[in-house]
Design a protein around this ligand. Structure first.
Ligand SMILES: [Fe+2]
Length: 216
């Protein structure tokens, strides 16, 4: 069977400030590291998985600590998002989830297996992950995959390359970030939500903001 998931990659290094990686690493130092509860509706974790340890640099912190990244989300990166999508693309109006960062340190963190609610996601890889050392972004080719083992059985694997920005529609194919295999390793990505005319921001699932932020 042919693989079904597809994505687009841009090398955006030329658009990033010269010191972008240390700047990102410094912001990641202040990440919120804890066990995040599984996401309602969108989670594709086994039912016994209730919480997943990881780091999050929340949107307000990104805006404050990394103004160039916040501006790129509404500028250059939005232009690229519009180039890959046949319909009008918009960045999020709600500042709480437009652009955030996910951080993994050591071998105990990973990112939850889930599907997206937004029709177009951008991920800027901020660290390089060496082959065979974990941290890959993995997409199920089977939309019905309901846990990590099912995803891994038939999947498309993307290895993070610093400075590469990928765009994809993650609504159909469950995906997650593998744990790192070395205690000294770090994985940082910036995650951007984009919306379209046919799937606007108003379609965000009821209860998702309450789950993430304590209010709608
Ligand atoms: Fe996602």
């Amino acid at each position: 069977m042919l693989p079904t998931f597809r994505w687009t990659t841009f090398d955006v290094t030329r658009w990033l400030p010269g010191d972008w990686q240390p700047d990102i690493a410094a912001a990641a130092e202040g990440a919120d590291y804890r066990e995040f509860p599984r996401t309602p509706v969108l989670s594709r974790e086994s039912t016994y998985v209730r919480r997943i340890l990881r780091g999050r640099v929340h949107a307000a912190q990104v805006r404050q600590d990394l103004p160039w990244l916040y501006q790129s989300y509404r500028g250059h990166f939005l232009e690229l998002a519009r180039a890959v999508c046949p319909e009008a693309v918009m960045s999020a109006r709600d500042e709480r989830y437009g652009i955030v960062m996910n951080v993994q340190r050591g071998t105990t963190m990973r990112f939850e297996c889930h599907v997206d609610s937004n029709p177009l996601t951008g991920i800027l890889f901020c660290t390089d992950q060496v082959a065979g050392n974990g941290g890959e972004l993995v997409f199920a080719d089977d939309p019905d995959a309901a846990d990590i083992d099912s995803v891994e059985r038939d999947c498309t694997v993307i290895r993070p390359h610093a400075g590469h920005l990928i765009f994809f529609d993650g609504r159909r194919y469950p995906h997650y970030a593998r744990p790192l295999l070395s205690e000294s390793n770090t994985r940082i990505v910036a995650v951007m939500n984009f919306y379209t005319e046919s799937c606007p921001e108003s379609t965000r699932p009821p209860g998702l903001n309450r789950h993430l932020f304590g209010q709608d």
